[in-house]
Design a protein around this ligand. Structure first.
Ligand code: NOJ
Length: 560
């Protein structure tokens, strides 16, 4: 099967978390006019599309991932006129806009839920999962992802409703055709405005198993394992694509926790009836332990290679994926996989080199391009992330821990707030993000780590991202080429080939803070190599033979 070449395969996508990007009116919360002010910045970086985290009406329990009105812009972010201006100005620069559509659940303040909650007779009752339960016990044993039961008992009607996330995020019943009809209307309403596609939040959770059976809850499992990839997911998503995005050449990016490569193949494909690409989690969950949400485990580089290789090979000719390390739910990759102290610049550029050389569409997250790091949260009241707050509260309530102090270091390593501190534009107060009081603390390192200083630095991380974006535009082998892993067991070096027709590119990454000796495996024959990109940690990166790689060295070579 020959692959289609839609725009989104060659694009670089940049995610904006509007709350933390740029505040134009001094209320401490980023906003849409603030984004408009930074369009030159995005243009200069060279990105092709913006993925905008939710800006719809919302009580903001989960910073907009709890939508109460899908057809309005939350006041804190501006007006619909501001949104239209943003869309227009992006398009004038040739940049696409991808909205974040959160339709596995709605806020409990959405009018459908408000109505549904009032009476068993409500016409919206069956938009959600309401069940009687047994003597006030929840209808099944599913756990909310953030602690406690996935069911909340509601006084008004004496029944329980399902919420896989917070109790203010009630799950919609996609098996109800009226629900689908209303959701498709919403999607078409935005597409008619001219947006270029959707990132679909938690979208493989939309079809719950028949009869909502108890889950086999092994340690650390929440029941999500039973709920994800349910019986109708593929069918519902195909209908979604056919009825909405497929008619507009719009991209669909499915965010899918608990996904295997085999399941993934059912959802993506080279046609308008399947999702354009998916976001899987395996590579960012390698360091996650079992048990509490913040539990950690050690990971090794060969494990990461195995995961990446399995996904790269498994989707070859079958489907497409987004390539990422960072987003608003993940701790900063430079702190997590790199070294944000001694080798911040080196490891940030090494990770960037990887993101741009795997098969798939790179998705960057604001601040990644300047090497932003995890901040340090000293007390519980500095935490804003509802998932962290909930899971700590739940652990205290159930006496699993005595207080925040006990798990402070683990939380610091894992909390989603790591990614949500304000974008650091300059060394001005609050990193130039706001003139007011920021809604979440600014990382203390903003005087050293900021856009202004980074862009001018001789070994600029920002310039490395810009150059990699341009490089990928010039070499279709980086987009479409096959992926072949080399040295699967090497403990420090991640190396692979990308090949397309007679073009061959070799990527060499030292994933460690020590030097590492690299030899091109004998099976890879070549006469000469040309350096296409290097992260500048060695004066003369031209020779590949028997090279001693510097800590976090990263190079892209064309083999001739
Ligand atoms: C995934 C989103 O990325 C995350 O931020 C959110 O909390 C959950 N889905 C629930 O919408």
């Amino acid at each position: 099967m020959s692959e289609r070449t839609p725009w989104w395969k060659e694009a670089t996508i940049y995610q904006i978390y509007p709350r933390s990007f740029n505040d134009s009116n001094g209320d401490g919360v980023g906003d849409i006019p603030g984004i408009v002010k930074k369009l030159d910045y995005l243009d200069e970086l060279g990105i092709d599309a913006v993925w905008l985290s939710p800006v719809y009406g919302s009580p903001d329990v989960d910073n907009g991932y709890d939508v109460s009105n899908y057809r309005e812009i939350a006041e804190e972010y501006g007006t619909m006129a501001d949104f239209d201006r943003l869309l227009d100005r992006l398009h004038n620069r040739g940049i696409k806009l991808i909205m974040d559509l959160v339709i596995n659940h709605t806020s409990d303040e959405h009018e459908w839920f408000v109505d549904a909650r009032q009476s068993i007779e409500s016409e919206y009752r069956e938009y959600y999962f309401w069940r009687p339960g047994n003597d006030d016990m929840p209808p099944n044993n599913w756990r909310s992802l953030w602690g406690g039961s996935a069911w909340t008992h509601d006084e008004a009607t004496g029944e329980h409703y399902l919420h896989l996330f917070h109790e203010k995020q009630a799950d919609l019943d996609w098996d109800n055709p009226d629900v689908r009809e209303d959701l498709f209307d919403i999607a078409n309403w935005w597409l008619d405005k001219g947006i270029d596609g959707f990132r679909l939040d938690s979208i493989n959770l939309i079809s719950k198993p028949d009869g909502l059976p108890d889950a086999d809850l092994k340690e650390g499992l929440t029941g999500l394992n039973v709920v994800a990839n349910g019986p109708q997911v593929a069918e519902h998503l195909q209908e979604f694509c056919r009825r909405t995005t497929g008619k507009h050449d719009a991209v669909t990016i499915g965010e899918m926790p608990e996904l295997s490569v085999e399941e993934a193949r059912r959802y993506v494909g080279d046609d308008d009836e399947n999702l354009s690409m998916l976001l899987n989690f395996e590579h960012v969950e390698l360091d996650r332990g079992t048990g509490a949400r913040w539990a950690a485990r050690d990971w090794t580089l060969p494990e990461l290679k195995e995961v990446v290789n399995r996904w790269q090979r498994g989707l070859e000719g079958e489907g497409w994926q987004g390539i990422y390390f960072n987003n608003h739910d993940q701790p900063r990759a430079v702190s997590r996989l790199g070294d944000d102290e001694t080798y911040r610049r080196e490891s940030a550029t090494m990770l960037a080199t990887m993101i741009f050389t795997l098969r798939g569409t790179p998705l960057l997250y604001q601040g990644e391009e300047i090497g932003m790091t995890n901040p340090r949260f000293e007390s519980f009241d500095e935490i804003r992330d509802i998932a962290t707050i909930r899971s700590v509260e739940h652990a205290v309530e159930t006496s699993a821990i005595s207080d925040f102090e006990e798990v402070k270091d683990l939380i610091n390593a894992r909390t989603r707030d790591n990614a949500r501190t304000p974008m650091q534009w300059s060394d001005a107060s609050n990193g130039g993000f706001t003139n007011g009081d920021p809604w979440i603390k600014v990382n203390d390192d903003y005087k050293d780590v900021n856009v202004t200083s980074e862009r001018d630095h001789p070994n600029s991380i920002w310039a490395h991202y810009r150059d990699l974006i341009a490089l990928r535009d010039q070499h279709s082998v980086l987009v479409y080429g096959k992926f072949r892993l080399l040295l699967p067991d090497h403990p420090q070096i991640f190396s692979y080939l990308r090949t397309l027709d007679d073009e061959r590119i070799l990527v060499v990454l030292n994933f460690s803070a020590e030097t590492a000796t690299f030899r091109v495996p004998d099976a890879v024959e070549y006469e000469e190599s040309e350096v296409l990109s290097h992260n500048g940690v060695r004066d003369d990166p031209s020779s590949l033979a028997g090279t001693d790689l510097e800590p976090y060295e990263a190079g892209i070579y064309r083999l001739l």
